[in-house]
Write a protein that binds this ligand. Structure first.
Ligand SMILES: Nc1ncnc2c1ncn2[C@@H]1O[C@H](COP(=O)(O)OP(=O)(O)OP(=O)(O)O)[C@@H](O)[C@H]1O
Length: 431
């Protein structure tokens, strides 16, 4: 996808308290969506798919929040729950300060004007038997709204707004290309002048050449209409250009949430780093970029029985015992950058006493390019040195090398905190 026009201006990370409250359009706390698994004649519940398993975030007015993560991590479910197309099983959702968590269909009706969703599939989301005019005017009919100048005139204005001809009013979806259909979906979503638009993979079904056009259109409309977006995508290639802040999801949890500059310049969660390394780097000056790719072994584990502790520990090259036993909380380690990791990148280790890599981490490290390990080591060593300069002398029993990190003969070392694993350290019991 080519570059889009999003400016580098990010939404301010901090504002004074009342201002900040006003600034928040959507606030999600401890949000959960568990799908029950039932078996037998009595349909007894035997388990649950923990698609979204306790997430907290805010969406500020006028911003674009990107949500990324591999397939199955719960992004779409999160989108459907925050728009209340599905009911949450736990937590709360506040829209403009109003608790909408438990509103029923009738209670949600007035809010349907304000909260809209754009879907991935421009083919499946438009009824093939309806004309474009009928599709785009549906929200007016459903809400009983009569726009000034009449529905037809308003629909034609919307079609023009999204770059289509008003003459397309009487045509059918099959007469349009994928990009044009997505424009029709956008026109429909914007019909009632919503405040929040949740777009689930809005361009991933489109040709790469068309993706930038649709993203640019959404960007223009945001400026023009003052929209707030939540844009869901499976990788960073699209959201990196359009988002002010980005939430990275893994197995039903947010593992990192940061403004995009911080996320790109200094990702703190190893999973974010892996996702970033999967994005093709167009800059030819970044020599050897290809060899820096991190390959994640295997699929995302099942959300029916997620791994204990940090859910990413089974695939992480930095995982130690604590990662297996204790879930790291999502903490704001740097201003505007929240991360849930015991051994974050480029930052003081959160569990410096825990130095022995898990067996799975050693296997995962084989898939992490030497350049990545070296880069981790370099930044971590710098952080460790800085911490050392300001803190008490290192505690007993933990050895720190002068460069903060070493790579052992088996090619694996824990690099996050400048503590190196030596060959006589005991093996973890991770089996
Ligand atoms: N209605 C449902 N009933 C049971 N399980 C569901 C339901 N909807 C989603 N899931 C499960 O919840 C998990 C998260 O799915 P979800 O579609 O939200 O993930 P995703 O990150 O959006 O993935 P993708 O990009 O493939 O859509 C998956 O394991 C999925 O199978």
């Amino acid at each position: 996808m080519s570059e889009t026009k999003k400016s580098d201006v990010t939404v301010p990370a901090q504002a004074s308290a009342p201002e900040a409250e006003n600034d928040v359009l959507l606030k999600v706390q401890g949000l959960q969506k568990h799908f029950p698994i039932r078996k037998g004649v009595l349909q007894r519940q035997v388990g649950a798919v923990k698609a979204v398993d306790g997430i907290d975030f805010e969406v500020r007015r006028g911003e674009t929040l990107g949500v990324v993560g591999e397939s199955g991590c719960g992004k779409s479910t999160m989108g459907r729950v925050i728009t209340r197309l599905q009911d949450p099983t736990g937590g709360s959702i506040h829209f403009e300060g109003k608790d909408i968590t438990r509103l029923n269909t009738a209670g949600m009706r007035p809010l349907r004007r304000d909260i809209q969703m754009i879907f991935q599939d421009p083919y499946g989301s438009l009824n093939p038997r309806h004309t474009i005019g009928s599709i785009v005017s549906a929200p007016f009919r459903l809400q009983g709204v009569e726009p000034e100048g009449g529905v037809k005139k308003e629909v034609q204005r919307l079609l023009e707004l999204v770059g289509l001809s008003p003459e397309h009013y009487n045509r059918y979806p099959h007469e349009f290309s994928g990009g044009q259909r997505q424009r029709i979906g956008i026109a429909r979503a914007l019909a009632l002048k919503p405040k929040l638009v949740v777009a689930d993979e809005p361009v991933s079904a489109l040709d790469v050449s068309i993706q930038a056009q649709v993203v640019n259109l959404m960007d223009d409309l945001q400026q023009e209409l003052g929209l707030t977006y939540v844009i869901i995508a499976h990788d960073l290639s699209v959201v990196r250009h359009v988002s002010d802040r980005i939430a990275v999801m893994y197995l039903g949890k947010i593992v990192e949430l940061a403004d995009r500059t911080s996320l790109y310049e200094s990702p703190m969660h190893p999973y974010t780093k892996a996702l970033m390394s999967a994005v093709p780097v167009p800059d030819p000056r970044r020599r050897g970029a290809k060899s820096e790719r991190i390959l994640l072994r295997g699929d995302v584990p099942s959300p029916i029985a997620p791994p204990p502790g940090c859910r990413f520990h089974t695939r992480c090259w930095k995982a130690t015992e604590i990662c297996k036993t204790t879930e790291p909380p999502l903490l704001e380690l740097r201003p505007g950058q929240q991360v849930a990791c015991h051994h974050p990148e480029s930052f003081q280790d959160q569990a410096p006493q825990d130095t022995v890599l898990l067996t799975a981490a050693k296997e995962a490290a084989e898939l992490v390019a030497d350049e990545v390990l070296a880069e981790s080591a370099e930044t971590s060593a710098a952080v460790a040195a800085e911490v050392k300069a300001h803190a008490e002398p290192a505690s007993e029993g933990v050895s720190r090398t002068s460069d903060g990190v070493s790579k052992s003969s088996d090619g694996v070392s824990k690099t996050s905190d400048g503590v190196s694993k030596t060959s006589d350290e005991p093996e973890s019991t991770d089996k």
